[in-house]
Design a protein around this ligand. Sequence first.
Ligand code: GLA
Length: 408
Amino acid sequence: MAADQLEFIEAWTPETGAARVLAGYADRFGGRPAGVWAAPGRVNIIGEHTDYNGGLAFPIALPHCTYVAVAPSGNEVIRLASAQADGLWQVAMPDVAPGAAAVAGWGSYVAGTVWALRRRGLAAPAVVGYVDSCVPFGAGLSSSAALECAFAAACRDLGEPGWADTLPARRVMVEACIEAENQIAGANTGGMDQSASLLAVAAHALLLDCRSGEARPVPFDLAAAGLELLVIDTRAPHQLNDGQYAARRATCEAAAQALGVATLREVPLSGLSAALDALAGLPDGPVAVKRVRHVVTEIDRTARFVDLLEAGRVLEVGPLLDASHESLRVDYEVTVPQLDVAVAAAREAGALGARMTGGGFGGSAIALIPAGAGRQVASAVAGAFAAEGFGAPAFLGAVPAGPARRVA
Ligand code: GLA
Protein backbone atom coordinates (compact mmCIF):
# COMPACT_ATOMS: atom_id res chain seq x y z
CA MET A 1 0.00 0.00 0.00
CA ALA A 2 1.25 3.50 -0.82
CA ALA A 3 2.96 5.01 2.20
CA ASP A 4 0.97 8.24 1.91
CA GLN A 5 -2.30 6.32 2.41
CA LEU A 6 -1.23 4.90 5.75
CA GLU A 7 -2.93 6.25 8.83
CA PHE A 8 -0.56 7.15 11.65
CA ILE A 9 -2.24 8.33 14.85
CA GLU A 10 -0.08 11.13 16.22
CA ALA A 11 0.06 12.05 19.90
CA TRP A 12 -1.24 15.55 20.66
CA THR A 13 1.03 18.00 22.41
CA PRO A 14 -0.22 18.92 25.91
CA GLU A 15 -1.06 22.37 24.53
CA THR A 16 -3.25 20.90 21.80
CA GLY A 17 -4.95 18.50 24.20
CA ALA A 18 -5.62 21.26 26.73
CA ALA A 19 -6.94 23.65 24.07
CA ARG A 20 -9.33 21.00 22.75
CA VAL A 21 -10.87 20.18 26.12
CA LEU A 22 -11.03 23.82 27.25
CA ALA A 23 -12.96 24.65 24.08
CA GLY A 24 -15.19 21.60 24.49
CA TYR A 25 -15.86 22.42 28.13
CA ALA A 26 -16.76 26.02 27.34
CA ASP A 27 -19.07 24.88 24.58
CA ARG A 28 -20.88 22.19 26.59
CA PHE A 29 -20.85 23.59 30.13
CA GLY A 30 -19.91 27.27 29.74
CA GLY A 31 -16.98 29.07 31.33
CA ARG A 32 -13.65 27.63 32.41
CA PRO A 33 -12.96 24.45 34.39
CA ALA A 34 -10.70 24.35 37.43
CA GLY A 35 -7.94 22.73 35.36
CA VAL A 36 -6.94 20.19 32.72
CA TRP A 37 -5.40 16.78 33.41
CA ALA A 38 -3.96 14.18 31.06
CA ALA A 39 -3.29 10.47 31.45
CA PRO A 40 -1.57 8.18 28.95
CA GLY A 41 -2.65 4.97 27.28
CA ARG A 42 -0.15 2.13 27.37
CA VAL A 43 1.33 -0.69 25.38
CA ASN A 44 2.55 -3.75 27.14
CA ILE A 45 5.91 -4.91 25.80
CA ILE A 46 5.61 -8.42 27.23
CA GLY A 47 3.92 -10.19 30.15
CA GLU A 48 0.33 -10.66 28.96
CA HIS A 49 -2.52 -11.99 31.10
CA THR A 50 -0.06 -12.32 33.93
CA ASP A 51 -1.10 -9.38 36.12
CA TYR A 52 -4.15 -11.07 37.67
CA ASN A 53 -1.99 -14.15 38.24
CA GLY A 54 0.49 -12.33 40.48
CA GLY A 55 3.01 -12.36 37.62
CA LEU A 56 5.28 -9.95 35.77
CA ALA A 57 4.25 -7.40 33.16
CA PHE A 58 6.35 -4.82 31.36
CA PRO A 59 4.32 -1.90 29.97
CA ILE A 60 5.28 1.55 28.75
CA ALA A 61 3.06 4.63 28.79
CA LEU A 62 2.27 6.02 25.35
CA PRO A 63 2.72 9.67 24.44
CA HIS A 64 -0.98 9.45 23.50
CA CYS A 65 -3.19 10.76 26.32
CA THR A 66 -6.77 11.29 27.35
CA TYR A 67 -7.35 14.94 28.32
CA VAL A 68 -10.03 16.03 30.77
CA ALA A 69 -11.18 19.55 31.67
CA VAL A 70 -12.69 19.30 35.14
CA ALA A 71 -14.41 21.36 37.82
CA PRO A 72 -16.11 20.27 41.04
CA SER A 73 -19.82 20.09 40.23
CA GLY A 74 -20.75 21.81 43.49
CA ASN A 75 -23.34 19.14 44.29
CA GLU A 76 -23.49 15.35 44.18
CA VAL A 77 -24.17 15.02 40.46
CA ILE A 78 -21.46 14.02 38.00
CA ARG A 79 -21.96 15.51 34.53
CA LEU A 80 -19.74 14.50 31.62
CA ALA A 81 -19.43 15.15 27.92
CA SER A 82 -16.91 13.86 25.42
CA ALA A 83 -15.73 14.53 21.91
CA GLN A 84 -15.96 10.77 21.39
CA ALA A 85 -19.56 10.28 22.60
CA ASP A 86 -22.92 11.89 21.94
CA GLY A 87 -24.98 13.61 24.58
CA LEU A 88 -24.49 14.28 28.25
CA TRP A 89 -23.66 11.45 30.68
CA GLN A 90 -24.81 12.03 34.21
CA VAL A 91 -25.32 10.27 37.49
CA ALA A 92 -26.00 11.22 41.10
CA MET A 93 -23.25 9.88 43.40
CA PRO A 94 -25.71 8.18 45.79
CA ASP A 95 -26.78 6.02 42.83
CA VAL A 96 -23.24 4.76 42.16
CA ALA A 97 -22.85 1.19 43.42
CA PRO A 98 -21.65 -2.14 42.05
CA GLY A 99 -24.22 -3.47 39.58
CA ALA A 100 -26.36 -0.30 39.66
CA ALA A 101 -28.27 0.24 36.41
CA ALA A 102 -27.71 4.01 36.64
CA VAL A 103 -23.97 3.65 35.99
CA ALA A 104 -23.83 2.02 32.57
CA GLY A 105 -21.67 3.28 29.73
CA TRP A 106 -18.42 5.21 29.44
CA GLY A 107 -19.10 7.54 32.36
CA SER A 108 -19.05 4.55 34.72
CA TYR A 109 -15.23 4.66 34.58
CA VAL A 110 -15.34 8.22 35.93
CA ALA A 111 -18.12 7.75 38.47
CA GLY A 112 -16.43 4.57 39.62
CA THR A 113 -13.18 6.43 40.18
CA VAL A 114 -14.84 9.08 42.37
CA TRP A 115 -16.69 6.31 44.24
CA ALA A 116 -13.53 4.25 44.81
CA LEU A 117 -11.48 7.26 45.97
CA ARG A 118 -14.19 8.11 48.48
CA ARG A 119 -14.20 4.53 49.75
CA ARG A 120 -10.58 5.15 50.65
CA GLY A 121 -11.60 8.14 52.76
CA LEU A 122 -10.42 10.69 50.20
CA ALA A 123 -12.46 13.83 49.58
CA ALA A 124 -13.02 13.34 45.86
CA PRO A 125 -15.62 15.78 44.55
CA ALA A 126 -18.41 14.96 42.13
CA VAL A 127 -17.24 16.60 38.93
CA VAL A 128 -18.26 18.28 35.72
CA GLY A 129 -15.88 17.14 33.01
CA TYR A 130 -15.22 17.30 29.29
CA VAL A 131 -13.13 14.52 27.71
CA ASP A 132 -11.16 14.31 24.48
CA SER A 133 -8.54 11.72 23.61
CA CYS A 134 -5.94 10.73 21.05
CA VAL A 135 -5.74 7.24 22.59
CA PRO A 136 -7.74 5.24 20.06
CA PHE A 137 -10.88 3.88 21.67
CA GLY A 138 -11.27 0.09 21.82
CA ALA A 139 -7.76 -0.49 20.46
CA GLY A 140 -6.45 -2.38 23.48
CA LEU A 141 -4.28 0.62 24.40
CA SER A 142 -6.06 1.32 27.70
CA SER A 143 -8.26 4.21 26.78
CA SER A 144 -10.43 3.24 29.75
CA ALA A 145 -7.56 3.28 32.25
CA ALA A 146 -6.44 6.63 30.83
CA LEU A 147 -9.94 7.99 31.48
CA GLU A 148 -9.97 6.73 35.07
CA CYS A 149 -6.45 7.93 35.80
CA ALA A 150 -6.98 11.42 34.36
CA PHE A 151 -10.03 11.88 36.59
CA ALA A 152 -8.23 10.38 39.59
CA ALA A 153 -5.49 13.00 39.16
CA ALA A 154 -8.11 15.74 38.85
CA CYS A 155 -9.91 14.52 41.99
CA ARG A 156 -6.63 14.42 43.88
CA ASP A 157 -5.86 18.03 43.01
CA LEU A 158 -9.43 19.26 43.54
CA GLY A 159 -10.08 17.23 46.68
CA GLU A 160 -8.86 17.74 50.19
CA PRO A 161 -5.82 20.00 50.56
CA GLY A 162 -2.84 18.00 51.70
CA TRP A 163 -3.46 15.15 49.31
CA ALA A 164 -0.24 15.79 47.42
CA ASP A 165 1.17 14.26 44.26
CA THR A 166 3.41 11.66 45.91
CA LEU A 167 4.25 8.10 44.93
CA PRO A 168 2.18 6.66 47.83
CA ALA A 169 -0.76 8.82 46.70
CA ARG A 170 -0.37 7.54 43.16
CA ARG A 171 -0.40 3.96 44.42
CA VAL A 172 -3.66 4.62 46.21
CA MET A 173 -5.00 6.08 42.99
CA VAL A 174 -3.95 2.93 41.11
CA GLU A 175 -5.90 0.80 43.59
CA ALA A 176 -8.95 3.06 43.34
CA CYS A 177 -8.93 3.03 39.53
CA ILE A 178 -8.68 -0.77 39.48
CA GLU A 179 -11.60 -1.00 41.87
CA ALA A 180 -13.60 1.44 39.73
CA GLU A 181 -13.08 -0.73 36.68
CA ASN A 182 -13.72 -4.03 38.47
CA GLN A 183 -16.68 -3.00 40.61
CA ILE A 184 -18.45 -0.23 38.73
CA ALA A 185 -17.49 -0.54 35.04
CA GLY A 186 -17.82 -4.32 35.19
CA ALA A 187 -14.46 -5.30 33.67
CA ASN A 188 -12.57 -7.66 35.96
CA THR A 189 -9.14 -6.51 34.73
CA GLY A 190 -5.89 -6.96 36.57
CA GLY A 191 -4.28 -3.56 37.19
CA MET A 192 -1.42 -3.36 34.70
CA ASP A 193 -3.07 -0.54 32.77
CA GLN A 194 -3.73 1.73 35.73
CA SER A 195 -0.19 1.13 37.07
CA ALA A 196 1.28 2.09 33.70
CA SER A 197 -0.84 5.23 33.41
CA LEU A 198 -0.12 6.52 36.91
CA LEU A 199 3.40 5.23 37.65
CA ALA A 200 5.17 5.37 34.26
CA VAL A 201 8.53 7.10 33.92
CA ALA A 202 9.47 8.72 30.60
CA ALA A 203 12.13 6.82 28.63
CA HIS A 204 11.55 3.74 30.81
CA ALA A 205 9.37 0.66 30.80
CA LEU A 206 7.86 -0.43 34.09
CA LEU A 207 8.57 -3.90 35.43
CA LEU A 208 5.44 -4.70 37.41
CA ASP A 209 5.68 -7.50 39.91
CA CYS A 210 2.02 -8.12 40.57
CA ARG A 211 2.75 -10.36 43.55
CA SER A 212 4.88 -7.92 45.56
CA GLY A 213 3.33 -4.77 44.09
CA GLU A 214 6.74 -3.47 43.08
CA ALA A 215 6.85 -1.22 39.98
CA ARG A 216 10.46 -0.83 38.87
CA PRO A 217 11.34 1.59 36.04
CA VAL A 218 13.81 0.00 33.60
CA PRO A 219 15.57 2.22 31.01
CA PHE A 220 14.02 1.49 27.61
CA ASP A 221 15.98 3.32 24.96
CA LEU A 222 15.32 1.48 21.72
CA ALA A 223 16.78 4.30 19.59
CA ALA A 224 20.19 3.76 21.18
CA ALA A 225 20.09 0.21 19.80
CA GLY A 226 18.94 1.36 16.36
CA LEU A 227 15.39 0.12 16.96
CA GLU A 228 11.87 1.44 17.35
CA LEU A 229 8.49 0.12 18.36
CA LEU A 230 5.56 0.20 15.95
CA VAL A 231 2.03 -0.20 17.31
CA ILE A 232 -0.51 -1.67 14.91
CA ASP A 233 -4.13 -0.93 15.76
CA THR A 234 -5.92 -3.72 13.89
CA ARG A 235 -9.27 -1.99 14.39
CA ALA A 236 -10.79 -5.39 15.05
CA PRO A 237 -13.40 -4.64 17.72
CA HIS A 238 -12.13 -5.22 21.23
CA GLN A 239 -13.98 -5.27 24.51
CA LEU A 240 -13.01 -6.63 27.90
CA ASN A 241 -16.35 -6.74 29.68
CA ASP A 242 -18.01 -9.29 27.40
CA GLY A 243 -17.17 -12.40 29.41
CA GLN A 244 -14.16 -13.78 27.49
CA TYR A 245 -11.60 -11.95 29.61
CA ALA A 246 -13.44 -12.89 32.81
CA ALA A 247 -13.54 -16.52 31.68
CA ARG A 248 -9.74 -16.60 31.25
CA ARG A 249 -9.28 -15.10 34.68
CA ALA A 250 -11.72 -17.53 36.30
CA THR A 251 -9.94 -20.53 34.74
CA CYS A 252 -6.60 -19.33 36.11
CA GLU A 253 -7.99 -18.74 39.57
CA ALA A 254 -9.66 -22.16 39.63
CA ALA A 255 -6.42 -23.78 38.46
CA ALA A 256 -4.44 -22.05 41.21
CA GLN A 257 -6.96 -23.26 43.74
CA ALA A 258 -6.79 -26.82 42.41
CA LEU A 259 -3.00 -26.67 42.70
CA GLY A 260 -3.22 -25.33 46.25
CA VAL A 261 -1.43 -22.05 45.52
CA ALA A 262 -2.52 -18.45 45.99
CA THR A 263 -1.84 -17.52 42.36
CA LEU A 264 -0.19 -19.13 39.32
CA ARG A 265 2.90 -17.06 40.10
CA GLU A 266 3.70 -19.75 42.68
CA VAL A 267 4.15 -22.32 39.90
CA PRO A 268 7.80 -22.11 38.80
CA LEU A 269 8.81 -23.09 35.29
CA SER A 270 10.58 -26.12 36.75
CA GLY A 271 7.29 -27.24 38.31
CA LEU A 272 5.17 -26.63 35.23
CA SER A 273 4.94 -30.16 33.88
CA ALA A 274 3.98 -31.58 37.28
CA ALA A 275 1.33 -28.87 37.62
CA LEU A 276 -0.05 -29.62 34.17
CA ASP A 277 -0.20 -33.34 34.98
CA ALA A 278 -2.14 -32.56 38.12
CA LEU A 279 -4.65 -30.41 36.20
CA ALA A 280 -5.06 -32.66 33.17
CA GLY A 281 -7.46 -35.10 34.80
CA LEU A 282 -9.83 -32.48 36.26
CA PRO A 283 -13.08 -31.43 34.61
CA ASP A 284 -12.04 -28.65 32.17
CA GLY A 285 -8.50 -30.00 32.54
CA PRO A 286 -7.48 -29.62 28.89
CA VAL A 287 -8.44 -25.95 28.88
CA ALA A 288 -6.77 -25.29 32.24
CA VAL A 289 -3.57 -26.96 31.00
CA LYS A 290 -3.33 -24.55 28.08
CA ARG A 291 -4.11 -21.45 30.10
CA VAL A 292 -1.65 -22.34 32.87
CA ARG A 293 1.08 -23.19 30.37
CA HIS A 294 0.71 -19.73 28.86
CA VAL A 295 0.82 -17.91 32.18
CA VAL A 296 3.82 -19.74 33.61
CA THR A 297 5.89 -19.54 30.41
CA GLU A 298 4.91 -15.90 29.85
CA ILE A 299 6.13 -14.90 33.30
CA ASP A 300 9.43 -16.61 32.48
CA ARG A 301 9.66 -14.87 29.08
CA THR A 302 9.08 -11.51 30.74
CA ALA A 303 11.90 -12.08 33.24
CA ARG A 304 14.23 -13.16 30.43
CA PHE A 305 13.26 -10.16 28.30
CA VAL A 306 14.16 -7.75 31.10
CA ASP A 307 17.41 -9.62 31.79
CA LEU A 308 18.43 -9.27 28.14
CA LEU A 309 17.48 -5.60 28.10
CA GLU A 310 19.47 -4.87 31.23
CA ALA A 311 22.45 -6.78 29.84
CA GLY A 312 22.44 -4.49 26.77
CA ARG A 313 21.27 -7.38 24.54
CA VAL A 314 18.03 -5.90 23.24
CA LEU A 315 18.79 -7.12 19.72
CA GLU A 316 18.15 -10.64 21.04
CA VAL A 317 14.64 -10.14 22.46
CA GLY A 318 12.71 -10.71 19.22
CA PRO A 319 12.16 -14.46 19.65
CA LEU A 320 10.64 -13.84 23.09
CA LEU A 321 8.05 -11.51 21.52
CA ASP A 322 7.27 -14.09 18.86
CA ALA A 323 6.96 -16.87 21.43
CA SER A 324 4.64 -14.70 23.53
CA HIS A 325 2.33 -14.25 20.56
CA GLU A 326 2.30 -17.96 19.78
CA SER A 327 1.47 -18.77 23.37
CA LEU A 328 -1.37 -16.24 23.36
CA ARG A 329 -2.65 -17.61 20.06
CA VAL A 330 -2.44 -21.32 20.76
CA ASP A 331 -2.70 -21.69 24.53
CA TYR A 332 -4.53 -18.61 25.76
CA GLU A 333 -6.67 -18.30 22.62
CA VAL A 334 -7.07 -14.53 22.75
CA THR A 335 -5.82 -13.55 19.31
CA VAL A 336 -8.01 -12.95 16.25
CA PRO A 337 -7.06 -13.33 12.57
CA GLN A 338 -6.23 -9.62 12.26
CA LEU A 339 -3.67 -9.89 15.07
CA ASP A 340 -2.10 -13.02 13.59
CA VAL A 341 -1.86 -11.45 10.13
CA ALA A 342 -0.42 -8.22 11.58
CA VAL A 343 2.42 -9.96 13.40
CA ALA A 344 3.20 -12.30 10.50
CA ALA A 345 3.35 -9.41 8.01
CA ALA A 346 5.49 -7.30 10.33
CA ARG A 347 7.97 -10.13 10.82
CA GLU A 348 8.15 -10.76 7.10
CA ALA A 349 8.82 -7.05 6.55
CA GLY A 350 11.83 -7.15 8.85
CA ALA A 351 10.54 -6.92 12.43
CA LEU A 352 12.87 -8.56 14.95
CA GLY A 353 9.81 -9.79 16.80
CA ALA A 354 6.09 -9.04 17.00
CA ARG A 355 3.15 -9.91 19.23
CA MET A 356 -0.33 -8.88 20.18
CA THR A 357 -0.47 -6.51 23.15
CA GLY A 358 -3.09 -6.00 25.85
CA GLY A 359 -6.11 -8.16 26.48
CA GLY A 360 -6.52 -9.45 22.93
CA PHE A 361 -9.81 -10.42 21.23
CA GLY A 362 -9.00 -7.65 18.76
CA GLY A 363 -7.06 -4.53 19.63
CA SER A 364 -3.40 -3.92 18.86
CA ALA A 365 -0.10 -5.62 18.10
CA ILE A 366 3.46 -4.36 18.51
CA ALA A 367 6.48 -4.91 16.30
CA LEU A 368 10.09 -4.29 17.23
CA ILE A 369 11.62 -2.89 14.06
CA PRO A 370 14.81 -1.23 12.82
CA ALA A 371 14.74 2.53 13.40
CA GLY A 372 13.29 4.31 10.41
CA ALA A 373 11.45 1.26 9.06
CA GLY A 374 8.02 2.31 10.41
CA ARG A 375 6.43 3.29 7.11
CA GLN A 376 7.81 0.29 5.27
CA VAL A 377 6.59 -2.21 7.87
CA ALA A 378 3.25 -0.38 8.19
CA SER A 379 2.84 -0.52 4.45
CA ALA A 380 3.47 -4.29 4.44
CA VAL A 381 0.91 -4.81 7.23
CA ALA A 382 -1.67 -2.63 5.49
CA GLY A 383 -1.08 -4.57 2.26
CA ALA A 384 -1.58 -7.89 4.04
CA PHE A 385 -4.82 -6.59 5.58
CA ALA A 386 -6.11 -5.50 2.20
CA ALA A 387 -5.24 -8.90 0.72
CA GLU A 388 -7.24 -10.61 3.50
CA GLY A 389 -10.20 -8.29 3.05
CA PHE A 390 -9.78 -6.77 6.53
CA GLY A 391 -10.49 -3.08 7.16
CA ALA A 392 -7.45 -0.80 7.11
CA PRO A 393 -5.33 -0.79 10.28
CA ALA A 394 -3.87 2.33 11.90
CA PHE A 395 -0.39 2.82 13.34
CA LEU A 396 1.22 4.61 16.26
CA GLY A 397 4.84 5.26 17.06
CA ALA A 398 5.54 4.37 20.69
CA VAL A 399 8.24 6.13 22.67
CA PRO A 400 7.89 5.58 26.43
CA ALA A 401 6.23 8.63 27.96
CA GLY A 402 5.49 9.89 31.47
CA PRO A 403 2.46 9.37 33.76
CA ALA A 404 -0.83 11.15 34.41
CA ARG A 405 -0.38 14.83 35.25
CA ARG A 406 -1.98 18.26 35.37
CA VAL A 407 -1.37 20.15 32.13
CA ALA A 408 -3.32 23.42 32.62
C1 GLA B 1 -6.12 -5.90 29.78
C2 GLA B 1 -6.31 -5.74 31.26
C3 GLA B 1 -4.98 -5.88 32.00
C4 GLA B 1 -4.24 -7.13 31.58
C5 GLA B 1 -4.21 -7.27 30.06
C6 GLA B 1 -3.64 -8.58 29.62
O1 GLA B 1 -5.36 -4.85 29.28
O2 GLA B 1 -6.87 -4.48 31.55
O3 GLA B 1 -5.21 -5.86 33.39
O4 GLA B 1 -4.79 -8.27 32.18
O5 GLA B 1 -5.50 -7.14 29.50
O6 GLA B 1 -2.29 -8.65 29.95
